[in-house]
Design a protein around this ligand. Structure first.
Ligand code: ATP
Ligand code: CA
Ligand code: CA
Length: 417
């Protein structure tokens, strides 16, 4: 961060990153047909919109990036005019086009969301130093990723989307694109990023936010994080704030657990670990107290409209993501959140999604584990084999985070009688 407050990422100003990305996304779609710098080897010219058969979407050729150039000085008709010189790569374009279709997001809507207004910077609490941006309509998040994360995403792309297609009810992240922005000025630095769905609606205040892994070792938000106006808390904080967990209605509980079990299994089979469940909690009781103090800027009808607005991305609200048919429910859920109660009976609404899944179990992790296991209790360190990781993740969610309301009521009656 500069003294002026401007954020730098790999020595490039954040505002420049956004400008170039938006420019490139617009151009790469608009002029896609005209200037393919890397024509496919199957002989397609790229003159018409090219849609390979589904089984070919993930072939070596189609995973390759398409690259476009931007320059202030070149006359080459395939180089776009821009004040800033840079290159821009779009990975696996046919595969991601296909996924966007699957989630009902048209090319036009996708670009409108990402390019028509400036992206908002999100302050992230990740230790990895990634940058996060959110689209103004709240639908999409851009996250910078490392080379090994980009590699992993391309490796798992086919399995990942086969699963997504079979099980649209999932809390796994949905990736809508993978890109690389290469500013010329700074000596071929790669700013790689993914576009994914946003889990937490920003129009609704999250009174608590947790990043849960099921590990207890060092899983408490730092003091600095707690000073943040909207801190992201961790596992140990959750246990303290919500002893007894979040009580859900029976059907919702079962649907959520079924979905989480399957998602954890998928990640385990892909040898992925270190992911988290991101949980945002809004308290109606807190909100109604706050409303008395703060005059709300939006009027009721405006608010209602926002609350019930259909999301652009299909199956993307918390309720739509779990294995439940909305007709089965007898409650209305603002922003598609999941209704819950705390053990004190506070009325809550919960938003959630699995995030940060591009970490795979590799040799480096193995070494790290062996070393840490010697130093600390091997069971509580959050670097473990994928099977162990997923089991511990689920055990924690079941035992300490969510509970079945019908069971909870029975227990209450038991203690009273
Ligand atoms: P690290 O690897 O150190 O854990 P990271 O840079 O990979 O960090 P993430 O763990 O992906 O970052 O995310 C950091 C924070 O950003 C999360 O705790 C959450 O607050 C926010 N965030 C990430 N992904 C999303 C998403 N899809 N929707 C909403 N918020 C998100
Ligand atoms: Ca993380
Ligand atoms: Ca990470």
């Amino acid at each position: 961060i500069r003294a002026s407050g401007e954020i730098l990422f790999k020595d490039v100003e954040s505002s420049q990153i956004i400008t170039c990305i938006q420019l490139a996304l617009r151009q790469s779609q608009v002029k896609e047909q005209q200037c393919l710098s890397m024509p496919f080897q199957d002989g397609s010219s790229g003159k018409e919109k090219y849609e390979p058969e589904e089984k070919l979407l993930f072939s070596e050729d189609h995973l390759q990036p398409k690259q476009i150039h931007f320059s202030s000085s070149s006359d080459d008709s395939c180089v776009f005019q821009s004040e800033i010189d840079f290159r821009f790569k779009t990975y696996a374009p046919p595969a991601f086009d296909h996924f966007r279709d699957l989630f009902g997001v048209s090319q036009q809507d996708f670009l409108k969301s990402l390019c028509s207004l400036p992206l908002r910077e999100l302050s992230s609490s990740g230790a990895s130093g990634s940058l996060f941006y959110i689209s103004q309509d709240d639908e999409f998040i851009l996250k910078t990723v490392q080379l090994k994360e980009r590699r992993l995403l391309l490796q798992i792309l086919e399995d990942y989307y086969q699963n997504l297609k079979q099980n649209p009810h999932t809390l796994l992240p949905k990736f809508f694109g993978l890109y690389n922005y290469i500013p010329k000025t700074s000596g071929n630095k790669n700013i790689r990023f993914v576009v994914m769905n946003n889990v937490l609606p920003s129009a609704l205040k999250m009174h608590w936010k947790y990043d849960l892994k099921g590990s207890t070792y060092n899983r408490r938000a730092s003091l600095a994080e707690k000073m943040n106006p909207y801190p992201t808390f961790k596992d140990l904080d959750f246990l303290e704030h919500f002893p007894g967990g979040l009580v859900l209605e029976e059907k919702t509980y079962k649907a959520l657990m079924k979905t989480l079990e399957r998602d954890a299994m998928v990640l385990e089979s892909l040898k992925i670990m270190d992911y988290s469940l991101l949980v945002g909690i809004h308290s109606f009781d807190f909100a109604s107290q706050e409303k008395k103090i703060i005059q709300l800027e939006m009027n009721e009808s405006e608010l209602k409209q926002r609350r019930t607005r259909r999301k652009l991305v299909a199956h993307s609200t918390a309720l739509e993501s779990i294995e439940i048919s909305l007709d089965e429910l007898d409650y209305e859920a603002p922003y598609g959140g999941i209704p819950a109660k705390s053990r004190n009976g506070d009325n809550l609404i919960v938003f959630l999604g699995i995030i940060d899944i591009l970490q795979s179990y590799r040799l480096r992790k193995k070494l790290e584990h062996t070393w840490k296991a010697v130093v600390y209790d091997g069971n509580t360190v959050s670097v473990h084999r994928p099977e162990f990781y997923s089991r511990r993740f689920m055990d924690f969610l079941k035992s300490s985070v969510f509970c079945d309301g019908s069971q909870a009521i029975t227990t209450n009656i038991d203690t009273k009688s």
